[in-house]
Design a binder for this molecule. Sequence first.
Ligand code: ATP
Length: 456
Amino acid sequence: MSQPAENSIKRLTDLQTLVSLCKRRGFVFQSSEIYGGLGSCWDYGPLGANLKRNVKNVWWNAMTRREDIVGLDAAILMHPMVWKASGHIDTFTDPLVDCKSCKTRFRSDNTESYLTKKQCPNCGSKDLTEPRLFNLMFKTFMGPTEDANSVVYLRPETAQGHFVNYENIQTTSRKKIPFGIAAIGKSFRNEITPGNFIFRTREFEQMEMQYFVKPGTDMQWWETWRETRWQFLESIGLNGKRLRFHEHAKDALAHYALKAGDIEYEFPFGWQELEGIHNRSDFDLTQHAKFSGKKLEYFDEASKERYVPYVIETAIGCDRLILAVLCDAYREEITPDEETGKPDVRVVLGFHPETAPLKVAILPLSKKAELQEPAMALRNELARDFDIGYDDSQSIGKRYRRQDEIGTPYCVTFDFDSLNDKKVTVRHRDTMKQDRIDISQVANYIHNGLRNFNAR
Ligand code: ATP
């Protein structure tokens, strides 16, 4: 069987279809669902947890397996002075307006009806307060007393961990400029308008890399990193046609940035930022040097120059990338049912194998012990190499469809012939092609297939 023509494939057009699939198949659940849920907080179920770990691994490996980048895992709670120096206490704010009629609170800088007509987006009233600045950082208290001196913040970005550790890392790793620091970790923002599933949440995970360069080479490195990051996104399977680059206008730059732009992805709800690539200049190191009293410089042995490095940042939300990966992988195809031959809709998550939550599933044709035992033995053998599923209920056709819907690249069917010929049927997710393979060769076959996988 060959792959269906592109025009018989339907892509994801509404987010709700994906949200339902994610819940039904155990990718993502609403946080504290049995209590009615907690606004824009989400939990990753068994398949989602695997997917998330895989997405983090591909990012981590792409960064830290380079000779010029090292890893970091910094604490979420940091000294409050960090946020004074970084500018977050004074400027990490959104302007908010309250509607006096219906009490809706909304952002004044991105609400269409307010910008064009000075109207409430909910009830249309013009009886509104003036915009007031609202800080997005979550506050808590450290230690037993709850007063102004014990306030600490949940970090709103991971990047400050890179800056305050710059000297520790440079001296211990003995990296020469240019070099980078990569980290993955939770960040928190008290977003006013979260939403679109895991696109914008109040607790999320970021994957950020700060690349320290010699001043004067920064613009060149900014170009290089925007190319590199685009290639990365394509390499994990995102379709380049659904990516575009948006450079920020000079008057829209954050206070620390010399140049910035986003790689945007075309989500079902429109083009939105996926990853930011920023030239942060020497702003952060200079600020931390000023507030901490410690010199944060680099001494170039070769040229005997001393300078404060400039920083190129690449910043992507792990959860947001997962959403892009899910949206991009989703497809519905009209294909003949593999058992009845009748046309049928097949839902596939065509993940790149590196991100697929399961790489292979073992499907014994019958529940009889004579098949279950060797099938389970094969499952346990392959589990040494791969994240693996096992499914023995309902017809084989239904089981194939279930694996397609969660994006498993290979299904291995163990049947009665397998007992004699010591072969199994390997069925491919994308082509539905089947090969009969020696049991002893299955691991190699899957390894090779995953390594040589060609995205649709
Ligand atoms: P946005 O304009 O979407 O609020 P931002 O420009 O404030 O994002 P950055 O501070 O540059 O975002 O953060 C880097 C990346 O972290 C973003 O590109 C996005 O992928 C992710 N991110 C930021 N805020 C959130 C959030 N509330 N939920 C999920 N991911 C987020």
